[in-house]
Design a protein around this ligand. Sequence first.
Ligand code: EPU
Length: 329
Amino acid sequence: MKVKAACLVDYYSIEELVEALGNVGLPRPFFHIGGGSNILLMNDFPGTVLHSCIRFIDHTRLESGVSVRAGAGVPWDDFCLWCAERGLWGPENLSMIPGEVGAAAVQNIGAYGREVCEIISTVECFDTEQHTMVALRPEECAYGYRDSIFKNEGKGRYIVTAVSFNLREEYSPELGYGNVLEAVTRSCGQFAVHEHMLTPSQVRSVIVNIRSGKLPDPVKVGSAGSFFRNPVVPAEKYGQLARDFGETVPHYDLGGGKVKIPAAWLIDRCGWKGYRGANAGVWDSQPLVIVNATGNASPQEIKDLEDRIRASVLEKFGIELMPEVEHVS
Ligand code: EPU
């Protein structure tokens, strides 16, 4: 079921953004979106949705590598493809994540052992409080797991207009996550892996294959990617789960007495995998993803399914899942 905004402004330059922000004729409040791939609009939106169409990619060679600067409105995967085609290492493991460059920096997207904050050098923003442009370094963006200043104290204040990335020409694939090394070896051969002959494009296509096998194609089936964050629990809680459910409970040790448990495993163990309601469902190869299976699910149907999943995980494991998806009411 579709929801509507009172007004949508696609802007193509910082000047057009500033003009829209000052335009008293536009309905308030403003709400800025990227590709809209990680939000759940609960109702029609009475204000103005702002969306960046600032789309450019340029690059500068530095002593430390190559600096690539991209407009906030560049589709994220176009950026990944652009870099891979030029032999630049950095974003290849983040290939095929839906959304746009600006939202990637807001959300600190991550996959297959890499988070975007590791390759960001500067985030350029329009500061709506000071009415000026600012360039934030990653240390100033308070990056965490799927988190940043732009989702907390800077929300509504900073509008990302462009992002610069520090990329490398030297051989630097990240193959340590899950079955990535195995999949790369199968696709490119032992020799290429051992002799350091892989290219960013090869790693990108392996990642694209892994993702296509696990995640719904957003063009065909509506979803917001991972609906929940992977919960971080105290090591004692993990110990208790391991005792209660066997040593096979998958986990990532974060150090400092904290352990991250895959929400997918918790949801799977509650029996939700492949669940189909009237219109909303749970993806059968990645239960972290709630899908609009028929295309007709209302926002409330998605929210009801979310609530049922959270309640069952809480009841079975005593763990509260937090949504990664932003709800706009
Ligand atoms: N698992 C199950 N059942 C399943 C699928 C997975 O039990 O059907 C368990 C397995 O133990 C598996 C573990 O969950 O080892 C982790 O699964 P996976 O490697 O697919 O990763 P994830 O932790 O579920 C995260 C990101 C994804 C990202 C993948 C790959 C979050 C919330 N999600 O998922 O991000 O693609 O890692 O790096 O951190 C997204 O944000 O939209 C997204 C898809």
